[in-house]
Design a binder for this molecule. Sequence first.
Ligand code: NAP
Length: 291
Amino acid sequence: MQNILVTGANGQLGQAIQLIAGSYPDFNFIYTDYQELDITSSAAITGFFSGQAIHACINCAAYTAVDKAESEEEKAFKLNFEAALNLAEACQQHNAQLVHISTDYVFDGKYYRPYTEQDEPNPQSIYGASKLRGEAAALGTNPDTIVIRTAWLYSQFGVNFVKRMKELMQERPSLNVVFDQAGTPTYAVDLARAVLHILQYRQQHPDAAIGGVYHYSNEGVTSWYDFAVTIKELTGAACEVLPITTDQYPTPAQRPPYSVLNKQKIKETFGIQVPYWKNSLKACLQQLNGM
Ligand SMILES: NC(=O)c1ccc[n+]([C@@H]2O[C@H](COP(=O)([O-])OP(=O)(O)OC[C@H]3O[C@@H](n4cnc5c(N)ncnc54)[C@H](OP(=O)(O)O)[C@@H]3O)[C@@H](O)[C@H]2O)c1
């Protein structure tokens, strides 16, 4: 039995892991959010790792308020960079596998072809810069760290685009959504499965050199506008969805215009199968309808 520490366990990814945890009987999950383990406190982390055997840690905690980060740089870096460093140090010291989650927003989105792990990051926002610094700190401290960059995360949990669109489509006759930003949505439950698949792989291949950066989103490509239209179609909402440009919807943080992730590496290394984004959206909406 392996003890798996999950930080930020009340967030979207953390709750998705809790949802599917029962299918992984070899893992004993220890769920923490900042009340139980504030990962910005290195003393708290040291105490936590000294108190029990931790075989792996999935860091689901992050500062994820992309626009707010523009005016809260210090807070964003504390959680997305310093805390990642704290966890990487503890995992290194205790020989625990760290899985750290990052973002497509490390890229500037100007290549207009799916980004590989070898492509040069160039974040355009404080959030993206803080996440990139966190990746580098975690990998620099502990080269065994597995960094998974994901994108456009949504689920039946927390606050996200799918839940917000679904609500707004019931309240409003029409909605404007940007059509000139392309990417791929990611259902947090699919990402949770991928993470646990990787930890199973690690358990079976304890000596494999698998540290590094990996990209994971669902399959396919879409725009926020097409994503919203699909939500409308699948929910049967009467609301009209209208395409607008990014210029017509200014936000404090700049987003990459194209941030599709190439997932070849994660698929080939771990044998992970990636669901198509529309099928996963259907699965999430079914869960939301059942609530
Ligand atoms: N959401 C997206 O669209 C998206 C896209 C690409 C990548 N990602 C990445 O995917 C990962 C998971 O994202 P998510 O959407 O699941 O995040 P989330 O829902 O915002 O969850 C983050 C969790 O961390 C907790 N937390 C905050 N400060 C903490 C601290 N000091 N110590 C421990 N826990 C703390 C939060 O609590 P409070 O809510 O109370 O603050 C929250 O429960 C993150 O690394 C994120 O950067 C997300």
